[in-house]
Design a binder for this molecule. Structure first.
Ligand code: HEC
Length: 140
């Protein structure tokens, strides 16, 4: 019992300092911690820890007008990558992003939820594994 209580308090503490998203959109779930780790392992190398991107090479995720307009494409971007000229917040990006290998639909959902919650994008609804599978079936 004490262990469960401790676990609960620890996760509350983790959420309150790790996730600074505003209230009212996606509620913090355990999923977000997983998404945070996955983002750190698979995305931050290019898009950076705080999602700020890197110069003219890697576009930002945080406050990206491109992502705001294309949030529904995020599962496809993660799975298949993208290779076209895009404009993000007025800057042009042309390098290729390769599809991220070795993660399943559940992991992609966790990353989408982490990004949505942390940087306040998306429709405010939780991304589920099922929604990711469906979105990926329809990738262009
Ligand atoms: C090896 C570097 C690299 C990695 C790793 C990477 N990306 Fe990208 N990403 C890019 C590049 C380069 C582009 C621009 C692609 C283009 O112009 O077609 C991009 C574009 C994007 C975009 C659209 C533009 C924007 O910033 O809004 C999103 C969203 C995105 N990446 C999310 C992710 C996520 C989520 C992950 C991890 C699951 C990830 N990327 C991993 C390099 C990377």
């Amino acid at each position: 019992m004490i262990n469960i209580l401790l676990l609960f308090i620890t996760s509350l503490a983790l959420f309150s300092c790790d996730f600074e998203g505003e209230k009212g959109t996606i509620a913090p779930t355990r999923d977000l911690l997983k998404g945070k780790k996955l983002y750190a392992n698979h995305c931050a190398g290019c898009h950076q820890d705080q999602g700020e991107g890197l110069g003219k090479v890697y576009p930002p995720i945080k406050d990206s007008d491109y992502l705001k307009a294309h949030f529904a494409d995020l599962p496809c971007i993660i799975r298949n990558g993208m290779d076209k000229k895009i404009i993000v917040n007025g800057e042009e990006f042309t390098y290729e992003m390769y599809g991220i290998k070795g993660i399943g639909d559940y992991e992609i959902a966790a990353i989408c939820n982490y990004i949505a919650f942390t940087w306040q994008v998306g429709d405010g609804k939780i991304m589920t594994k099922k929604k990711v599978t469906k979105a990926i079936e329809l990738c262009k």
